[in-house]
Design a protein around this ligand. Structure first.
Ligand code: NOJ
Ligand code: CA
Length: 690
C-alpha cells in the first residue's frame, strides 16, 4: 500500500484561489454547477472539472481553445459500499505551482524539468457520514495527469474496487494507433491504425491524432498496488478505464487511505512533440533506493538469438547454447568490442520438455552440467565483462518466489549485475498457489502481478541487481523511484522476426516511438545483421535494411541495449558493426527532431558525460529523403559526421544489405540530406573536431 507522502522534489506553494470563492458561492446557492480549472504553465492546456446534475464529478480538457476531451466522468464502484459516482459536491479546491529540475542517475536525459500547475479538488457526498475523495490534477506543457486520493474513512476500511469509472471522451473521429487489450499475447501485437471504429479494448499507451493535427497519448504513471487498465470503448469515441481483474473478479483489493495511479494524457501539436515528453517520469516519486551507483546501464550480447533461429537450444543436448565454452566465446567477443555484459539463457535446470508449460520445474540455482557458473563469471571478471542473469518463470510465480532469495544471492555472489526475467504464459495464465495448495490464474497486468513485478525489483535491489523483465507489466515510469528497474520488453520485439507470423512489418518501428516508447525504455534487442537468415526467399526474415538496424540504437531507447545477432555475423560486417561498438546506452540529452506516426522518425541524442551526438532516422515501407537540420549541435564547433545510410538501391525486400558508410564535416548551421530506402534508415555519429 502506498501512502500519501509529499513529493520531496517539489516545493508546492498552495494558494487558496479565487476558485474557492466561486465554490463558496456554490455552497450558498445549492444546485449551481460549480467547478474549477487549471492550466498548463504556458496556458495552452486547460483541465476543468465540475459536477453534473446527479452529483457526478466530471472533467473536460481544452488545448489551444479546442475541446480535445469532452465531458468525461470520474469515479469508482465498490463491491460492498456506496461508490464514488453520484451525489457529490466540491467542498474545497487548492492550487499550486512547481518548477524544478531533477537529475536521473541514468536515462534518456540527465536533467528533467518538472514544471506544472496543480489543482487539488475535494469531493464529499451529501449524506452522513460523508463519503469523500480527492482528485489531484497536474498540468504540464506536454500533457496532464490526474489521480484519485481516497482518505481514511470508517466505512471504507477494506475496499474491493469493482469498476473505475474514469472516462476519456474523444471529441469525434480521430486516427488512432493501438494494440488490443486483454488478449493472449499481452503487449506483443502489431499496431493497428485507422479510425476508432474497430477498437473494443486497447492497451496503453494508445495514441490518437485529431483532425486538427493535435496528438494525444493515453497512459498511466506510477502503477503501484493497483490494477493496470485497458481503454474500453463503451460508446463510439467514449473510452472507459477498464481495470484488469483478479481471478475472482475483483479489480483492486485495497482499503482507505489509498491512491490510484495517475491517468495521463500526453498532448502535442505534432507527432514529434510526443517524443520529447517527460510527463510519465515527472508523475513518479523520486528515487527511493538511495545510492544507486551500482546500477549500470550498458550494452550486451548474448546466447539468445541463436535459440530463436534454432542454431542453439535452451534445453540440454547437442545444440545446448549455454555451455561454459560457448559463454567464454561470447565473453571474448564482448571484451574485444567493449560490451559490458553477456546474457546467457538456458543455463538452469528446467528447459527440457515443453518449458512453456513446465514452469514448476524450473530451478534457479541448479545449472546444467555443461555450464559452470563460477567458471564463466571468473572468466568474465578477468575480461571486464559481466554475466547477465536469466530467470524464465513461464508464469509460475510461486515456484519463482520460493527460490527468490537463494537465486538472487547466488547471482550476487558471482557478480551478476542485472537479471532478465521472463513470464512466458498466455495472458490470464499466471499461476500462483495459495496456502491450501489451490492454484489461481491471473493476468500479467492485474493487481497481483503489478505487485509481484515491483517486489521482484525491490528484492533484486537488496542484492544490488538490476532487472529487465520480459512479458512484463507495462512501464509507468517507476524507474524513477526504483532505478534498478532498467528496462523491459512489453512490445513485439525483434524475436518475432525469427519465428513470428508475420514478422514485424516495416512500419512497426516507425510506430512504437510514438506509442510503446512513450511509456519508457524497451529491450527490443536491435542489431540483427544477417537479416535473411533463412535465405532471401523466406518470409521469415527481418523486414528492414541493415542501416535501419543501426538506426534503432538511437531511435529506441534502452539503458540495457543488446547487439542481438551472433558474433560471427558481426565479424562479417565489421564496417557497419563499428556503429554498434561506438553508440552508447546512456544519454545526456535526447531530442525528437521530426516524424509522423507510422511513417518515419528522427531522433538525436548526446552521449552521457561526453560531447558526441548520435542521430537515428528510419522510415516505414516508403523510401524518402529526409533533411535534418543540425541546429542541436554546439554553435561554432565543427563535427565529423560518420554516416551509415542506405545505398541508393537499398530496399528491405530485395537489397537490404546495400549500405554506404561515409564521412562529412558539418556544423550546427548545416542540414544533412538522408536518403532512406524502403524500410531503411540512417545512423550517424557526430564527433567534435578542432
Ligand atoms: C521470451 C522473451 O521475450 C525472450 O527474449 C526469451 O528468450 C524467451 N522468452 C525465453 O525466456
Ligand atoms: Ca516476449
Amino acid at each position: 500500500m502506498i501512502t500519501d507522502r509529499p513529493d520531496k522534489t517539489s516545493g508546492i506553494m498552495y494558494s487558496y484561489s479565487l476558485l474557492l470563492l466561486v465554490l463558496l458561492c456554490g455552497m450558498i446557492f445549492p444546485g449551481d454547477v460549480i467547478g474549477a480549472e487549471v492550466r498548463s504553465p504556458d496556458g495552452q492546456i486547460a483541465f476543468s472539472i465540475d459536477i453534473g446534475a446527479s452529483g457526478t464529478p466530471r472533467y473536460h480538457v481544452h488545448y489551444r481553445g479546442e475541446e480535445i476531451i469532452r465531458e468525461s466522468k470520474l469515479g469508482m464502484h465498490f463491491a460492498s459500499q456506496h461508490g464514488f459516482e453520484y451525489d457529490f459536491t466540491i467542498t474545497r479546491t487548492r492550487t499550486g505551482t512547481t518548477d524544478n529540475t531533477w537529475e536521473q542517475p541514468w536515462g534518456e536525459r540527465r536533467f528533467v524539468r518538472d514544471h506544472h500547475n496543480e489543482l487539488l479538488v475535494e469531493f464529499a457526498a451529501n449524506e452522513r457520514p460523508k463519503r469523500r475523495f480527492k482528485l489531484r490534477v497536474r498540468v504540464f506543457n506536454d500533457g496532464l495527469g490526474f489521480r484519485y486520493e481516497v482518505p481514511r474513512q470508517s466505512r471504507y476500511r477494506n475496499v474491493n474496487i469493482v469498476d473505475e469509472l474514469t472516462e476519456f471522451h474523444l471529441p469525434g473521429e480521430a486516427t488512432v494507433w493501438w494494440t488490443p487489450g486483454r488478449r493472449f499475447n499481452r503487449y506483443e501485437y502489431i499496431y493497428q491504425s485507422g479510425s476508432l471504429d474497430g477498437i473494443e479494448m486497447a492497451h496503453t499507451p494508445m495514441t490518437v491524432r485529431l483532425p486538427s493535427g493535435v496528438h494525444m497519448s493515453f497512459h498511466e504513471a506510477a502503477l503501484v498496488d493497483y490494477a493496470a487498465y485497458v481503454l474500453d470503448q463503451r460508446r463510439p469515441n467514449l473510452f472507459e478505464v477498464n481495470l484488469t481483474p483478479w481471478s475472482d473478479g475483483v479489480r483492486v483489493k485495497t482499503g482507505t487511505p489509498f491512491l490510484t495511479p495517475w491517468r495521463t494524457i500526453q498532448i502535442s501539436p505534432n507527432a514529434a512533440g510526443l517524443l520529447n515528453s517527460s510527463l510519465i517520469l515527472n508523475l513518479n516519486e523520486p528515487n527511493a533506493l538511495g545510492d544507486v551507483s551500482w546500477v549500470k546501464p550498458g550494452k550486451y550480447v548474448g546466447i539468445w538469438w541463436g535459440m530463436h533461429i534454432r542454431t542453439f537450444t535452451w534445453s540440454s543436448g547437442p545444440k545446448h547454447g549455454a555451455t561454459t565454452e560457448n559463454t567464454k566465446r561470447y565473453m571474448d567477443f564482448a571484451a574485444e568490442y567493449g560490451f559490458d555484459g553477456v546474457l546467457v539463457e538456458g543455463w538452469n535446470i528446467g528447459w527440457d520438455g515443453d518449458w512453456f508449460f513446465n514452469g514448476d520445474l524450473f530451478s534457479f540455482t541448479e545449472t546444467y552440467p555443461d555450464f559452470d557458473l563460477q567458471e564463466v563469471t571468473d572468466y568474465g571478471r578477468e575480461l571486464g565483462v559481466r554475466l547477465i542473469g536469466h530467470h524464465e518463470t513461464s508464469g509460475n510465480v510461486t515456484n519463482y518466489e520460493k527460490q527468490w532469495d537463494e537465486a538472487l544471492a547466488l547471482y550476487e555472489s558471482v557478480g551478476v549485475g542485472a537479471v532478465k526475467t521472463g513470464y512466458v504464459a498466455d495472458a490470464g495464465d499466471i499461476k500462483w498457489v495459495d496456502r491450501n495448495g489451490v492454484a489461481h490464474f491471473e493476468w500479467h497486468d492485474g493487481q497481483f502481478m503489478v505487485d509481484h513485478y515491483l517486489r521482484s525489483v525491490k528484492k533484486a535491489a537488496e542484492h544490488k541487481i538490476g532487472v529487465n523483465p520480459h512479458e512484463p507489466i507495462k512501464d509507468t515510469g517507476l524507474r524513477r523511484t526504483y532505478p534498478n528497474w532498467l528496462t523491459r520488453e512489453g512490445v513485439r520485439g525483434q524475436e518475432f522476426n525469427a519465428w513470428g507470423d508475420p514478422p514485424n512489418p516495416p512500419e512497426h518501428t516507425a510506430i512504437i516511438p510514438y506509442t510503446r516508447m512513450l511509456a519508457g525504455p524497451a529491450d527490443f534487442t536491435p542489431g540483427v545483421f544477417n537479416l535473411t537468415f533463412q535465405g532471401m526467399e523466406s518470409k521469415q526474415r527481418v523486414q528492414t535494411t541493415l542501416a535501419k538496424q543501426l538506426a534503432l540504437y538511437v531511435v529506441l531507447y534502452s539503458p540495457l541495449q543488446m547487439a542481438a545477432d551472433l558474433p560471427e555475423n558481426y565479424e562479417q560486417r565489421l564496417d557497419a558493426f563499428q556503429f554498434i561498438v561506438d553508440v552508447p546506452a546512456d544519454w545526456e540529452e535526447s531530442i525528437g527532431l521530426a516524424g509522423e506516426i507510422g511513417d518515419y522518425v528522427v531522433m538525436a541524442r548526446q552521449e552521457r558525460g561526453g560531447s558526441d551526438w548520435y542521430v537515428g532516422a528510419l522510415t516505414d515501407e516508403e523510401a524518402r529523403v529526409l533533411t535534418v537540420p543540425l541546429s542541436f549541435l554546439d554553435a561554432g564547433q565543427r563535427y565529423r559526421a560518420e554516416i551509415y545510410r542506405d545505398g541508393s538501391d537499398a530496399h528491405w525486400k530485395d537489397n537490404p544489405y546495400d549500405i554506404v558508410i561515409e564521412q562529412q564535416d558539418v556544423t550546427a548551421a548545416d542540414k544533412l540530406q538522408l536518403p532512406l530506402g524502403a524500410s531503411g534508415g540512417a545512423a550517424i555519429r557526430l564527433i567534435p573536431v578542432n
